[in-house]
Design a protein around this ligand. Structure first.
Ligand code: CO8
Length: 258
């Protein structure tokens, strides 16, 4: 049982809800510790997708907890930053896809949390931004790393230097989110995508995620070679054999993850 995380089991899909309503779900060290524990013990054989969201209809995560950061010194700031960065990296490298269902403010560490997920969808009242320079700091949970990769260097620099928050439709336009839906439909949409993922061959989905993540930093030649190797390995799986057989025989096969 966690103090700040609500965990739901929806069969092959898990939902992790961050719940600290008094501070609009701002991330303190306890929440980061709980997320670390949950992700370290996450059962990637049972679950084929994880959805991350925030409690309520106002905020996904309104950033790192400013009341906790206000009195930090240099080493404590580094420790806090690297704690968040390492938890978010765990999310990014989890062996199943992670969907951020952004239900409101995704500011600072909240925007960084969403960016560590594979897929981002949001409600029409969502707002994204990296307001850190207005507090005398910079994004510290890998925002300077991921925002430029997602939306391009020019747009990332403008958003980070100005600290300006953007609405859902602008986030959609610049490619920060994949889809905007009415608040009431957000979790249904997230579940729809999660179930689509969960119906695919799990080892293939995992291999695709690992490839896309790893190939980001490789040269084109290395990346193409890496993909060919991983592609070849898929032919050792039961799911490939049965999946293709079922297609050719016009039957149906439920993937087992072997
Ligand atoms: N931390 C702590 N408390 C917060 C935070 C936060 N990030 N955001 C909101 N709260 C609290 C408010 O203090 C308030 O508490 P109280 O009721 O006790 O006064 C409560 O939540 C409700 O907030 P508001 O009354 O301000 O609600 P509004 O609807 O008026 O405004 C906003 C909502 C616009 C979201 C506003 O609360 C706001 O601007 N929040 C701060 C957003 C922000 O600047 N986030 C970035 C923080 S910095 C960060 O995330 C850095 C990440 C990397 C850290 C690396 C560390 C080394």
């Amino acid at each position: 049982m966690y103090k700040y995380l609500k965990i739901e089991d929806r069969g092959t899909v898990a939902i992790m809800t961050i719940s600290a309503p008094k501070s609009l779900n701002a991330l303190n060290s306890t929440i980061l510790g709980e997320m670390d524990d949950y992700l370290s013990n996450f059962d990637c054989n049972k679950y084929r997708c994880l959805i991350v969201t925030g409690d309520g209809e106002k905020s996904f995560v309104a950033g790192a907890d400013i009341s906790e950061m206000a009195t930090l010194n240099v080493p404590q700031g580094q420790t806090f930053g690297s704690k968040g960065a390492s938890v978010f990296r765990k999310l990014e490298t989890l062996h199943v896809p992670v969907i951020a269902a952004v239900n409101g403010f995704a500011l600072g560490g909240g925007c960084e949390l969403a960016m560590a997920c594979d897929i981002r969808i949001c409600s029409d009242n969502a707002k994204f931004g990296q307001p850190e320079v207005g507090l005398g700091i910079i994004p510290g949970f890998s925002g300077t790393v991921r925002l430029a990769r997602l939306v391009g260097m020019g747009m990332a620099k403008q958003l980070i230097y100005t600290g300006r928050a953007i609405k859902a439709n602008e986030a959609l336009r610049i490619g920060l989110v994949n889809e905007v839906v009415p608040q009431a439909e957000l979790m249904d949409k997230a579940m729809e995508i999660a179930n689509q993922i969960a119906a695919q061959a799990p080892l293939a989905v995992k291999a695709a995620k690992l490839c896309i993540n790893a190939e980001w930093d490789m040269s084109a030649d290395e990346a193409i070679m890496n993909e060919s190797t991983v592609f070849g390995r898929c032919f050792a799986t039961e799911d490939q054999k049965q999946g293709m057989k079922a297609f050719l025989e016009k039957g149906k096969y439920e993937f087992v993850g072997k």
